[in-house]
Design a protein around this ligand. Structure first.
Ligand code: F6P
Length: 352
């Protein structure tokens, strides 16, 4: 068999670990040829296709490397426009046939998996592997990259306590996650944040001020607040910033929270936006292990010709689910999530 692999969407730690696992298992145990498609699905849209055959030496020493040796893209779907999209799909299909690939393993979040599903529906056998630091892809309880982002964010936020205490300030740290608060909630708990604000619970400034007051009464004249980039005040919309190319990105809420808290309490505040630090660098061990297990499972699916399925970790097991068996989109933190309860039970204010 000949299989292809590509990485799509925003990069995250663990992508190289999954490329390595797929390549090694496919070559060592299934005698497959493995082809790396460059820059997400874009590698199939150019003439000639941007593809490289992967050998064992190509994937040696990369389990701990950030980024992706195959490149990636998160510039939106080439299949969006009905006319151009149909042409792009036809081109991808033609190139895929010319390369003689039996299937394509697509490593990506919800956006990339939606594009992959369109190719699958057009006749190209696809197997999906979920990755996203946001941890918001529905097919899995945990995605490659999430644990590293949490670790990096928690380590950084922990460092804010001592400087907050030294200056009697409120430090507001903004973390990524799009419309889901998984990074904020998990990193906030791990870093002993005093307040965690997530998109799933629109916040009330009065509740935050009450939390600051309670702390002051106990002699704690400083606080650390973690706010997800997609969080919003009750009755307001999330905040967006323009990138260099003019596209809109969630962000800016930490500045808003910091200035409102200063206005309402007079406490000196500072803002830290963690940004792409959460996505860069070496994956933590759990991401390397998850990426390896996901990669191996995907190759086993390919060997059994079980296409149109997404690998995932659900209910404590590595398994797979058909694209047709779930809504191929995102999830958010459920209001009955045990980690929310744990946070509030130990006195963390969730802005309500
Ligand atoms: O989806 C991953 C993510 O890092 C989000 O948390 C964030 O909002 C977005 O990507 C940033 O995208 P970009 O890399 O285009 O700035």
């Amino acid at each position: 068999m000949k299989i292809g692999i590509c990485t799509g969407g925003g990069d995250c730690p663990g992508l190289n670990a999954v490329i390595r696992a797929v390549t090694r298992h496919a070559i060592l145990n299934h005698k497959m040829d493995v082809y790396g498609i460059q820059d997400s699905l874009n590698g199939l849209l150019c003439d000639p296709p941007a593809v490289q055959k992967l050998s064992l030496p190509d994937v040696a020493g990369i389990i701990d490397k950030g980024g992706t040796i195959l490149g990636t893209s998160n510039k939106g779907s080439p299949f969006k426009d009905p006319q151009k999209g149909a042409e792009a799909k036809a081109k991808a299909f033609k190139n895929w046939q010319a390369l003689g690939l039996d299937c394509l393993i697509v490593v990506g979040g919800d956006g990339t998996q939606r594009m992959a599903l369109q190719l699958h529906d057009a006749g190209m056998p696809i197997i999906g592997i979920p990755k996203t630091i946001d941890n918001d892809y529905l097919a899995t309880d945990i995605s490659i990259g999430f644990m590293t982002a949490v670790d990096v964010a928690a380590e950084s936020i922990s460092r804010l306590h001592s400087t907050a205490e030294a200056h009697s300030r409120v430090m507001v740290a903004e973390v990524m996650g799009r419309d889901a608060g998984f990074i904020a909630l998990h990193a906030g708990i791990a870093a002993a944040a005093n307040v965690i604000l997530i998109p799933e619970i629109p916040f009330d400034f009065d509740a935050i001020v009450r939390a600051m007051d309670d702390r002051r009464k106990r002699g704690r004249n400083f606080s650390v607040i973690v706010v997800a980039e997609g969080a919003r005040e009750q009755g307001k919309d999330p905040m967006f910033r323009k990138s260099s190319t003019g596209s809109l990105h969630l962000g800016g809420i930490a500045g808003e929270v910091a200035s409102k808290i200063h206005q309402k309490t007079g406490i000196d505040t500072r803002v830290t936006v963690l940004g792409h630090i959460q996505r860069g660098g070496s994956p933590v061990t759990i991401d390397r292990i998850l990426a390896t297990a996901f990669g191996v499972h995907a190759v086993d699916l390919a060997a059994q010709k079980k296409y149109g399925r997404v690998v995932g970790y659900r209910g404590g097991q590595i398994g797979d689910i058909g694209y047709d068996e779930f809504d191929n989109g995102t999830r958010a933190i459920s209001l009955t999530d045990p980690y929310l309860r744990a946070a509030e039970s130990i006195g963390i204010c969730l802005g309500r």
